[in-house]
Design a binder for this molecule. Structure first.
Ligand code: BGC
Length: 737
């Protein structure tokens, strides 16, 4: 169909190079709104309705008669997914759709560096453009509510401010390629269990303060051209056609002018879809063969059934005018955008971006000396060790596979074992240590206990003879791990890894543990393991990023975008009965309310094992005293806070300085403190920089449910400057008058 569009354009050009006769909608020197109006005026009702639903698994129709091309979509969010068959989920087995896998979004969030986010968006946008995609299904910005959610790895952590800051540059840079972001999953898709129907109930405060801000930032600051409705219900109505979150909030309050696209199979009702803000319906069931209509996609809720309701006057014509306008606008911004660059895949620049995002996102959780006054194990000094044993399935596993829709077909993938061998050469031995089975979808692969025992025994024997053991474990993309369509079954490490860690530690004290996962895990052995690294899912260059950090070529500078509760009951969402998590299979109530993540740990004084914002470095940073520009602030003033920060060690490093605000007394329950600003700075050894933050009255507001508005309440506040949410290095009190 794209050829038809080109033919129309060529025809227009040959008739006088987009002359006065050129229809306005084809003339890209005209404002988009004029083009939308013109195209609409030429279309039949049937043509308008045809825009509103899929015509294959990953495309929706254009208007062939007018040379308006179809929209091609692809997952997202960590790379451009391989081509899928026209009518089913099978891969098309092309030979030219291998791409770069970028680190998972949890890793991007852990960089706390918006520049990394911009590089991510630019690189993935170029790859999507090269693959001729118009809409990339990502980024994901659902809030990390519980470590049991199988899909947390696709999101940006537990804090709405961090997720907001980090998603914006991704979207902006991606869209410069003429490829729309489709921000997902709007909203409250915070677990995979029963995701298709669970009815999420929560307070307005939790909705506005915790779960919506990242979507709002994506729309208002990122300028996202599309958004994906989630599978779940919200207060009784499916999110894909939900009056509150689509009509009132997204299109009303936030003035979103783009398209709402369903999650695949997320539409359930024609009338609601017509009147409650859905624009494009994707993925509703059809096998392409059995159907009422000759063209099966015409059976979609927003296809013939919608057309019939329009003709019978059962839904207003204004609904289709609005939907068609939005879809045309999206087409003009993407498929019919002649200014867009050509794009590229697997370039050196893309691999460099993937590697550096990995470098900046890896978090050093713990690095204590094995013997008193000795040096910590990390970075691994090549001169010290002759025999380094690498253990673990994740050291060699292709973690681009599995996980659900974010699965990627990569051109290149450097494993942790490859990465470490490239640095330490033949000093490196390998033992698998544990087996995790295949990344099956919908069920877990069972590994026989005899295999588990023999792999462990082999690794332990080899560990006895090694100078240093590096265990690369964690979760993986198998079903019930970090994978779409199901939640985790346990908070602890799977595949017998707890036993393996204890056994390895029993024979070799020089144990470095690298956890690859998108989720927190329980660590009963934490006190016994001297060095622990959170390595996420790092994509194509993962092995290189890890080796860079483990060897000290790169000084770790990532910090946790979510808390690691010591045990599951310490997490707010999991501290209540089953109605809070996972719900009673029909309904769910978010009982922890606004106290998500560190807000719960801090306010309830239940320390996390590793706190939000935590991450160590191979150097140390000395924070000076924070100084505020005034002791009081009025409701229309700003307050600046300055803090000197010095690299007090002997290697260069980067530090993330975090500013939290706590309201001392308020008419509603507020978290002990909340992240309001942060910055990441690079410091040479001995170098000092002064960081300045500007606090605005907006930073002090809460969502007032009685007034349905953001409100300021005068009183005493405290500004906390921290190296993490619990490692507070300075405090300044002030009063809001
Ligand atoms: C997922 C979406 C994805 C879509 C298309 C759904 O199952 O929830 O995130 O974009 O499939 O693959």
């Amino acid at each position: 169909m794209k050829n038809k569009f080109l033919a129309t354009l060529l025809f227009a050009c040959s008739m006088g190079t987009l002359s006065a006769q050129t229809p306005v909608y084809l003339d890209d020197s005209q404002p988009v709104e004029a083009r939308v109006k013109d195209a609409l005026s030429r279309m039949t009702l049937e043509e308008k309705v045809a825009l509103c639903h899929a015509q294959s698994k990953f495309s929706s129709a254009g208007v062939p008669r007018l040379g308006i091309p179809e929209l091609w979509m692809s997952d997202g969010p960590h790379g451009v997914r391989a081509e899928i068959n026209w009518n089913d989920w099978g891969y098309a087995n092309w030979t030219n759709d291998s791409i770069t896998a970028f680190p998972a979004l949890t890793c991007l969030a852990a960089t706390w560096n918006p520049e990394m986010s911009a590089r991510y968006g630019k690189a993935i946008g170029e790859e999507a453009r090269y693959r001729e995609k118009d809409v990339l299904l990502g980024p994901g910005v659902n809030i990390y509510r519980t470590p049991m959610n199988g899909r947390n790895f696709e999101y940006m952590g537990e804090d709405p401010y961090l997720a907001s800051i980090m998603c914006v540059p991704y979207i902006q840079e991606l869209q410069k390629n003429g490829v729309a972001a489709c921000v997902k999953h709007y909203a409250l898709n915070n677990q995979e269990l029963w995701r298709g129907h669970i009815d999420v109930n929560l307070s307005d405060r939790a909705l506005y303060e915790i779960y919506l801000p990242a979507f709002k930032a994506a729309v208002e600051q990122g300028g996202a051209w599309s958004i994906m409705g989630s599978y779940n219900k919200i207060r009784g109505q499916h999110a894909c056609h939900n009056d509150l979150i689509l009509n009132k909030i997204l299109k009303g309050d936030w003035k979103f002018d783009g398209c709402v696209i369903t999650d695949w199979g997320g539409a359930h009702d024609t009338y609601e879809a017509a009147v409650n803000g859905l624009d494009i319906e994707m993925g509703s069931y059809t096998n392409g063969l059995t159907s009422e209509s000759a063209f099966t996609y015409n059976d979609y809720y927003l296809a013939h059934p919608y057309l019939a309701m329009l003709k019978e006057g059962k839904v207003p014509m204004s609904t289709i005018e609005d939907k068609a306008s939005r879809i045309l606008r999206l087409i003009f911004r993407t498929a019919m955008n002649r200014q867009k660059p050509y794009g590229a895949v697997c370039t050196d620049e893309h691999y460099a971006a993937a590697r550096e995002i990995g470098n900046e996102g890896i978090v050093l959780l713990k690095n204590t000396p094995v013997v008193k006054k000795g040096a910590p194990l990390l970075p691994i000094d090549a001169a010290k060790y002759q025999n380094i044993l690498v253990v673990g399935d994740n050291a060699v596993r292709l973690l681009n596979q599995g996980g659900g829709s974010s699965e990627l077909k990569v051109k290149d993938m450097v494993s942790p074992l490859d990465g470490l061998r490239a640095v330490y050469g033949d000093k490196v031995q390998y033992a698998k240590g544990y087996a995790a089975g295949r990344p099956m979808y919908g069920r877990a692969d069972e590994v026989p206990q005899t295999v588990v025992d023999s792999l462990r025994a082999e690794a332990v024997e080899m560990a006895k003879k090694a100078d240093l053991v590096v265990l690369v474990g964690g979760l993986n993309k198998n079903h019930f791990q970090d994978c779409e369509g199901g939640d985790r079954l346990q908070y602890g490490l799977p595949f017998g890894q707890n036993e393996l860690i204890e056994a390895l530690q029993g024979v070799n004290k020089n144990l470095v543990l690298v956890l690859l996962s998108g989720n927190a895990v329980e660590m009963p052995w934490v006190a016994k393991v001297p060095a622990i690294v959170q390595g996420w899912y790092l994509g194509s260059m993962g092995g290189k990023s890890l080796a860079d950090v483990l060897s000290g070529a790169v000084n770790p500078s990532g910090k946790l975008p979510f808390s690691f509760p010591a045990k599951l009951a310490d997490c707010g969402a999991n501290a209540f009965d089953a109605l809070s998590y996972p719900g009673d299979s029909i309904k769910q109530v978010y009982k922890e309310d606004v106290l998500v993540g560190y807000r719960w740990h801090d306010t309830k004084k239940i320390p996390a094992l590793f706190s939000f914002g935590h991450g160590l470095s191979y150097t140390t940073f000395a924070y000076g005293k924070p100084v505020a520009s005034a002791k009081t602030m009025t409701t229309d003033e700003m307050l600046t806070v300055t803090i000197p920060v010095k690299n007090a060690g002997s290697v260069a490093g980067k530090e993330i300085i975090q500013l939290y605000v706590g309201d001392e007394k308020c008419s509603v329950l507020r978290p002990a403190k909340e992240l309001k600003h942060f910055t990441k700075i690079a410091l040479e050894p001995g170098e000092e920089k002064t960081v300045t933050f500007t606090l605005t009255p907006d930073d002090l507001k809460f969502y007032d449910e009685t007034a349905s508005a953001w409100t300021l309440e005068p009183g005493k506040f405290k500004i906390y400057i921290g190296a993490s949410s619990t490692d507070i290095r300075g405090m300044v009190p002030f009063e809001l008058k």
